[in-house]
Ligand binder design. Structure first.
Ligand SMILES: [Zn+2]
Length: 143
């Protein structure tokens, strides 16, 4: 996929040099998180410089998608979206990935009532195909 096709696929989303690989990964159902080639630190959101050692040698790298809920926000209203039921409470979460303490990614949790989610719950990555929605990382609770 060339740059123009990527921009078309994510119309309305700000795609730039730093986050293009991340979004390309989403289209392939891959969660690519930037990793520093010099010090091996992960960082997200994508930046062109390692926040730990300032190296510009960065490689978007697959992560397993396992982690735990570090932050939970429950929305009761919002813009209509496929697969979102605000009446039941729609959980937006920050998942701390197992690859590195403090490495967090935003997403949603499906398959569990929002009210039952707890900080610390183990989750794993889940890709869903919903009509009218671009691929994005969702998570499901691991019991
Ligand atoms: Zn580094």
């Amino acid at each position: 996929m060339n740059d123009e096709e990527l921009l078309d696929a994510f119309g309305g989303v700000r795609i730039d040099h730093d986050n293009a690989a991340y979004h390309r990964g989403l289209l392939e159902r891959r969660l690519l998180i930037n990793r520093c080639d010099s010090c091996a630190a992960w960082h997200h959101p994508p930046r062109s410089v390692c926040p730990r050692c300032w190296s510009r040698s960065i490689t978007p790298t697959d992560v397993a998608g396992d982690g735990f809920l570090a932050l939970i926000t429950i929305l009761r209203q919002g813009p209509p979206q496929p697969g979102v039921d605000y009446a039941a409470g729609h959980a937006l979460v920050a998942v701390e990935l197992d690859e590195q303490p403090g490495l967090r990614i935003a997403g949603t949790v499906v398959g569990a009532p929002a009210e039952q989610l707890r900080v610390g719950d183990r989750v794993r990555l889940l890709w869903r195909d919903l009509p009218g929605r671009l691929p994005r990382p969702d998570f499901e609770v691991v019991r």
